[in-house]
Design a protein. Sequence first.
Lengths: 372, 177
Amino acid sequence: MELILDILLNPVVIALLKIVVIVLVFVAATGTVMTLMERKWMSAVQDRIGPNRANIPFLRDFRGRGALHMAADGLKSIFKEDTVPEGVDLVIFTIAPFFGFISAVVIWAVIPFAAPIGDFTFQITDVNIGILLVFAVTSLGIYGTVLAGWSSNNKFALLGAARGTSQMLSYEIFLGLSLVGVFMVNGSVQVSILVANQNTYWFGDVIPKWGLFTQPLAFVMFFTAMLAEAKRLPFDAPEGESEIIAGYFMEYSGMRYAAFMLAEYIAMVGIAALVTTLFLGGYHVPWLHAEGFQIFGWFMAVPVWLVSALQILAFVGKIIFFCWLIIMVRWTIPRFRFDQIMELGWKKLLPLSLANIVLTALVLLAVDNWNL
Amino acid sequence: MGLKFPSAESFVTSRLDEVINWSRKFSLFQYPFVTACCGMEFMAVYGPHYDGARFGSEIPRFSPRQADLLFVVGTVNHKMAPILKRVYEQMAEPKWVIAFGACASSGGFYQNYSTVPGIDRILPVDVFIAGCPPRPEAVLDGIIQLQKQIQDKDSGPSGFSGINPRQTKEELLLSRE
Ligand code: SF4
């Protein structure tokens, strides 16, 4: 009995369990559901009904409002022919889809789901380089694009890869720069500290110091840069039906193609989680402290387990909100031309992010000097 | 006692076939090969009013490797025919073809030297949709018919994907001659 408890409470085992629960259950499931939600929400924007016919005949034609289309897409991809065109570099062709996956999944290593209870953290690992690790790993995603385009032995795939790379590389620069302001305000890049600092309040305990309020400019820029990093519309230069067809993954069929698509949606959920963590207070429910709600001197005690449950719920809710926002951006803003993407990046966002750093420094200096 | 059950093996495979076909019919990624005026009606089918997306067939994949359903919409002339055939050949199995409108089905009113009199001269077509252009309801009916064909077919790979299940391969070859 003791041995079993020892094994179960081993930090390695706990970390593995967290990985399974967070990555395999939560992330994979949300990513898959988002493929359907994209179609449903797009239909709502366009005043349509959207997919709803897939049914289970022997369960009284159960349809679940189209939820089964998700299963149909997945199953079909598995049983679709796996084409490998002539002249393909097979090893690279095979591993390319995984780069996108890895970069989309590793983000979750540092994302906290709720406030720690004693020694137990709701976070796979709380490394002190935190966000820097995220930057390092997300830039791996570029390799997926390049290698897929390069190994496919197809002009259009190569052109798509070139376009994708130049877009992702240029947006990487102020992806980092836009967050410098956040690091300056918090004096740390460790995720747990960044989140904990956002649960302090202005004016007694009224307005939470969420990143959204302390660094509004950074929020907009980071969100934009992240969209471009994930190649989501309006920044989808790597794809373009009229010029380069499906872009860098055009030679992939069946499950390999599905892997690219799934990675895109998982990356979308990852972006939502990252933006939530950095700018929307992460798992924080406003005015909910470790002991209970507290606002204007009014206090209500809440048991510990309920606090954690509420925090997880709030976190998931915020993620879903941002996923919704990303999809709405896609279906309301027209697609940018390639030169427009570059112009927005280099001529507008880059100076703006530099200005944000200077401004933040000035404000911090003023606050320190005059004790504002 | 008097009952005879099918062997467990055939039961499993037939159920699997059913499930695979079920998934295929509700996930028809389409390749719209739009060449002429029928395209307007094609857009209407996937627009708000008729919403072909309800059948799970709305996702356009312009890479033939990722498409399941080739929509040939409009007139195909002799110069275009090899390209159409090449697109079809590049598609990954299983694949289906819908001839959308009179021109794609039979050449329509173009009785001349330049038009292919029906794309079934070059591709195996699963569903012909009549009309010049067809009404969106007719197109939706065509999609539903294709879904029925897919559900009834064996899911194994075949050189002639999506032939009429009641037609053998020899009959089909004969009818093409
Ligand atoms: S069938 Fe009629 S509407 Fe369609 S492409 Fe031919 S001429 Fe145009």
